[in-house]
Design a protein around this ligand. Sequence first.
Ligand code: ZN
Length: 316
Amino acid sequence: MKMLLQDAIRKRPLLGDGAMGTQLMLAGLEQGNCGEAWNLTHPERVLAIQRRYVEAGSDCLITNTFGGSRIMLNRHSEADRVVEVNKAGVEIARQAFNGKDGYVLGDIGPFGGLLQPFGEFTEAQVRSAFEEQAKALVDAGADAIIIETQTSLEELLIGIEAAQAAGSKCIIGSMAYDVTLDGSTFRTMMGVDPEHAAEFMEQHGAHIVALNCGTGMEMERARDAVERYKQATSLPVMVQPNAGKPSLINMKIVYDETPEQMVKGLVPLLKAGANIVGSCCGSTPEHIRTFRKVMDEFLAAKEIEGDGGLRESQNL
Ligand SMILES: [Zn+2]
């Protein structure tokens, strides 16, 4: 049987994937349209994106189900297809691995609103939407559930509990941090810092503590976050920063970090103890390919070091 993701990454770090949203737009999805519905209407395009990530070296693929909860799909009048959209998302990712033993991470993004009393959604509505989505992802064979781009612990907890109710064997909580105006630190939009998030996730039964997306959270800041996570928890850590900052060029959103720029931050991240490294908005298969090369070199060098150490001790 395949090793659980949280166990596999304690032995050896794994490579995640890159962006989905910006890749869907490159493949013709128009801003504001429902990218998750493409799992049913244009599965070959979603598959092509994920195949490129696998070819580039990804060990983990996040399903194209970020906005696949009933509340999100309802905004595109797709709420009657929750199960189909999520099931297809898992199947496409599995197919992209083409028999390779990779991990399919079933994606649950934010429900896209605020909970009462700040917003119009009740906790019960969000819970039922996340439970429905998590069950569809787990039933379709997802190896893990990732509740991502989270800014509030309240919503994160509903996601974690939904994944538990669905029987997910691996649950990842992933926060989106923003660097503060004075640049001194980072926290989520709702004021959550990494130590607090990590302790909260461990306490509530998540298996992997993660971060993704965010503002100003480039590779160096992500390294700081890994260090802070590691001080607060013994759980493994996953990081997927954006490919730099977005800007609007010719009415298209472009991210400014090339694979060569971004990969400079990879070894420090691995040295800080990151167990899964991938990338979020704006990244491409080329970013992942560049990560793969540097990560393999890093791991090979570490192995030689390890052998050397072993031989030395045997000589004693
Ligand atoms: Zn992102």
